[in-house]
Design a protein around this ligand. Structure first.
Ligand SMILES: *Cc1c(COP(=O)(O)O)cnc(C)c1O
Length: 392
């Protein structure tokens, strides 16, 4: 049954993904097993989605329980699970109201719509985005993404997004017009190569936005839910976003996203303006609520900070040893290693040695382990990375 999986993909699956490696059949924590029962250390579980590792027992348990009680209800009915999760998010962030959708891109779409409503009276609708950003593949989110390679095949994309540069306030000022309504950015660009926004830039940008009444929208789809060592990465900066977008880790593997809209502007959205059939169902919300509980009760943020120290120390040591490593970037358990050769080969070499990591932006290796990864697992990962560098 399992033999022939590649052929079946080729025959039946729309060819939008580059797939490589073995066929995986199960996972536990930071480990995956393939159909030959070979074990792999997964230091990039689900592209940042599986923050509690694969099949965390408490997530498995709550999925079981909730699936027996109530799975889906439409959003014209009242049910407890959705507001319990919304309250959890608001209590751990800033005074706000929450809209639930199903994917990161959809959360971005929501933010674009809120910006339109916010700017309507003064005919403002342009959103400033950053070069090398990534906001998803739906048409609005794609248009907001600052990378030509994703947009060019689908030209013309929406014209209301203006591209500035991260950590360069003057580029933002240059792109501001009397039609500008918002700035949308990731505080650490993930897909764009793990580029960290500087404190100075964010403080200045935030003040600039306040001065001009521009919405400050943070896309925390990748950086949120503890990835950087705080629950949300904006908490490293002295700012309060007008809109925060969450997805990836929010459901620890269950598809869910959230648009968190500051109390000051939440009233702009009226019944009928936005909706999602699947958004915020009892099932996904109960699971995401459990993710928050696990993060607290298993002291996940403390682990992120401890493991981050070890990870970046080890990477720095590797950088001293190997001139092939040109740079290190990141925060918490989000690390980018810039190589002086194509990262794709590196990832393939690691996979052969039983390690799953990711390549982005041609020459950057990305490591985003589960947030409950252990020291032993990271040590093994570093050892394998070193052995791949040796054989280069
Ligand atoms: C992954 C990602 C998205 C898109 O999420 P999807 O669930 O694939 O739509 C948007 N923004 C950021 C920052 C991301 O990392």
């Amino acid at each position: 049954m399992i033999s022939g999986t590649r052929e079946l993909f080729k025959k039946y699956s729309l060819n939008t993904y580059t797939r490589t490696g073995p066929v995986f059949i199960k996972g536990k924590g930071s480990w995956l097993w393939d159909s030959q029962c070979k074990r792999y250390l997964d230091l990039f579980p689900g592209w940042g989605v599986s923050i509690l590792g694969h099949c965390h027992p408490r997530i498995v348990k709550i999925i079981n329980e909730q699936s027996k009680r109530l799975i889906h209800l439409p959003n014209n009915l009242f049910f407890r699970e959705q507001v319990d999760l919304a309250r959890e998010i608001v209590k751990s962030s800033f005074p706000s109201k929450v809209f639930f959708a199903n994917s990161g891109a959809e959360a971005v779409e929501g933010a674009i719509k809120v910006s339109r409503i916010y700017g309507m009276a003064k005919k403002r609708y342009e959103i400033i985005v950053m070069k090398d950003s990534f906001h998803g593949r739906t048409f609005g989110a794609l248009s907001a993404t600052g990378q030509k390679k994703y947009k060019d095949p689908f030209k013309p994309v929406l014209q209301s997004f203006k591209e500035a540069r991260l950590n360069d306030l003057s580029s933002v000022k240059k792109k501001t017009t009397d039609k500008t309504v918002a700035v949308l950015l990731e505080l650490i660009q993930g897909e764009g190569g793990v580029n960290v926004a500087s404190k100075e830039f964010i403080t200045d940008l935030y003040n600039y936005c306040k001065m001009r009444s521009l919405l400050f929208i943070v896309d925390e789809v990748q950086t949120g839910m503890g990835r950087t060592g705080k629950l949300f990465s904006y908490q490293y900066y002295s700012i309060k976003p007008d809109i925060m977008l969450l997805s990836k880790g929010l459901g620890a593997g269950i598809p869910i996203s959230a648009m968190v809209v500051s109390e000051d502007i939440a009233g702009l959205m009226k019944p009928g303006m936005h909706a999602s059939t699947f958004g915020g169902s009892p099932f996904v919300c109960r699971v995401a609520k459990e993710v928050f509980s696990v993060i607290k009760e298993e002291r996940i943020l403390a682990n992120v900070n401890k493991m981050s120290g070890y990870l970046f120390n080890s990477l720095r040591k590797l950088k001293e040893k190997f001139p092939e490593i040109k740079g290190l970037r990141g925060m918490g358990l989000m690390a980018g290693i810039e190589l002086n050769f194509k990262a794709y080969h590196f990832v393939a070499g690691a996979l052969k040695r039983g390690l799953i990591i990711n390549a982005t932006h041609e020459n950057i290796i990305r490591i985003m382990p589960a947030l409950n990864v252990t020291l032993k697992e990271l040590e093994l990962g570093i050892k394998i990375i070193e052995s791949v560098l040796r054989r280069k």
